[in-house]
Design a protein around this ligand. Structure first.
Ligand SMILES: [Zn+2]
Length: 170
């Protein structure tokens, strides 16, 4: 499994809902592989489109403890509160960090890997990660939330990723 990197156009599409019959053993194995990737890369979350699966799900573990692993399928934000303005990164943008404004607290509705529905509130770090991952399902990348100044400060690194992508696509 490979993480798609900016500017791969597969990161810009809107992902489709995941249906119950698509929740196969094979996909559950994919969830395991995605957790392995985020631990190795010291990330927090990873969305389907980032591994080439254009479906609405992400895996997240804000603490890194095994009991905090969560698979969120067809997530929807049902409540937002407060604001956070903190540095954020993305496994599809290796080496890039930028400050993004997010809600400080979000409540989401989602289905887990066993098909059970949940409502859960995330705060701070976790809230930021959830909003970042849900953005991926809509083809929205975190750099679009940066201020023009913050974005231009990252221009050289973005150009570098663009060059690497052009090389790998040949
Ligand atoms: Zn990301």
């Amino acid at each position: 499994m490979e993480i798609l990197k900016y500017p791969d156009p597969a990161l810009n599409g809107r992902a489709e809902p995941l249906t119950g019959d698509e929740l196969t053993e094979k996909l559950k194995k994919t969830f395991r592989e995605m957790f392995a990737i985020i631990y190795k890369a010291k990330g927090i979350g990873l969305a389907g489109p980032q591994v080439g699966i254009p479906k609405r799900f992400f895996v997240i573990n804000p603490t890194g403890k095994p009991e905090d692993e969560q698979v969120c399928i067809n997530p929807e934000i049902t409540r937002k509160e407060g604001t956070l303005h903190e540095e954020e990164g993305c496994l599809s943008f290796p080496g890039l960090l930028g400050k993004v404004v997010r809600a400080a607290k979000v409540e989401i509705k989602y289905t887990d890997a066993s098909g059970t529905e949940h409502k859960k509130t995330f705060e701070g770090f976790g809230a930021r990660a959830v909003q970042h991952e849900i953005d991926h399902l809509d083809g929205v990348l975190f750099i679009t939330h940066l201020s023009p100044a913050a974005r231009s400060a990252l221009k050289a690194k973005l150009n570098e990723l663009e060059r690497e992508f052009a090389k790998s696509a040949k």
